[in-house]
Design a protein around this ligand. Sequence first.
Ligand code: ZN
Length: 432
Amino acid sequence: MKINMKIKKLMNSLFKRIESKCDELISFTQELVQIPTINPPGDEYTRCAEFLGNRLKKSGFTVHYERATNTPGDSDRYPRNNIIARIEGKHSGQCVHFNNHLDVVVPGTGWTMDPFKGIIKDGKIYGRGTSDMKGGLAASVIAMEAIIEENINFSGAIEISGTVDEETGGFGGVAFLAKKGFFSKPRVDHVIIPEPLNVDRVCLGHRGVWWSEVETFGRIAHGSMPFLGDSAIRHMTAFLEILEQKFFPLLEQKKTKMPVVPEEAKQSSLNLQALHGGENETFEGMPSPCVPDSCRLIMDRRFLIEEDINEVKAEITNLLDELSNTRHNFRYQIKDIMEFLPTMTEKNSPVVKIFSDSIRKILNKTPKHVISPGTYDQKHIARIGNLHDCIAYGPGILDLAHQPDEYIVIDDMLASAKVMALSTLKLLGLKS
Ligand SMILES: [Zn+2]
C-alpha cells in the first residue's frame, strides 16, 4: 500500500512535468518539421540527426552516429546518417528503445499552407511529417526527458534513435543498424516505433509484401505488318486478363485473422503498380511504327500471416506457366524486387500488455490492437534483430500520413508522451 502510494505520487509528478513541457514539445516538433528531410533523395539527414543528437546529449544521453555507407542512396551529397542515444539507469536491467524515422515524403500538391513551417492552428501543428512521424519523435523525447528531469531511479537503459530511409525500405536506417546488433538482445529488450497509428491504438505489426516485375517478350517488326512480328503487349494483356478473371477473385477469398486496419485491408491484395511496353516514354516527336518486343509490369502483392511467401510467388508463376503452355509464343521472365514477411507481436508480450494498460489509464479508453496494411521498420527488428517485443505506438493519425495539410493534435502528443513515460517505467520494472 505504501509503495503504491509512493508510485502514484511519482506518476502524478511525472505527468505534471510532461504537461509543463507542452510549449517545449510544440517548439521541438516545429523545429523538426522545419528541417525538410525529404526522402528520396534523403535531404538534410545530417542536420536533423545532429539537431536531435545535440538535444539528447544536453539531456544526459550518450550519443552515437552511424552513417550507412554503401546502402541505397548513400553519397557524400546525401549521407545516410543515423543517431542512436542511450542513457543508463542506476542499476542494471532491461533496455527500452524508441525508434523514430527522420525522413518524410515529398509534400506533393494540395497544401493550403507552407508544409515546412510547423504552423499552429486550433490545437494542431501542421506540416509534412507532423503525424508521420516527427510528432511521435518529439513526444518520445519529451517523455524520456521528463523521466530524467524527475530524477526517477530507473533500472536498465533507455534508448532513442533517429533513423533514415524508412519511407524507402529502411535499408540505410533500421536494417543497417539491426545488422550491426543495435536492435538485438542483450543490448535492447523492448522497441516502440512512434509511427502514426492513432493515440489509442497499439500496432502489433504488418502484412507481408512482395514486389516483382514480370516481362513478356515478342519480336519487333514493322507496325503495318504486325503478323511478321509478335506483340509483347498482347502477351501481357493475356496475363492481365487471367489476373482479372482468376486471380483477383481468388485474392478476395483470402481473409486474415490479423486485425488489419482499415477493414478493407483484412485480405490479400495486389496492386498493378506500373506497366510499360513499346516506345520509350521519353521519346519526342512522332512515335515510330513498331511491334513491341517487350512489356513490363510491376506488381505489389500484400500478403497475410496465414500465407507462405513461396506459395504467394507460385500462384503468379503458375498462371504465367499456364500461359506458356496454352498461348502460342508466350515467353516471360519474372524478377523479385523486394520482399518482407508479415510480422505480428504476440498480444500477451510485455510491450503490448504494458502499453495497452497505460492507454487505458491515461486515455480512459480500451486500446485497439491493430495491424498496419503496409510495412514499416518493425520488419527489420523482427527478422534481422530477431527481437519480437516490438510495437508501433504514436500520436499521429494514420489517415493523414503522406496527405496534404498533414497535422498532429497537440493534446494527442501530450497524452502519448504520458503513455510512453509510464510504460517505459513499467517495462523497466516499476511496479504499479
Ligand atoms: Zn512513418
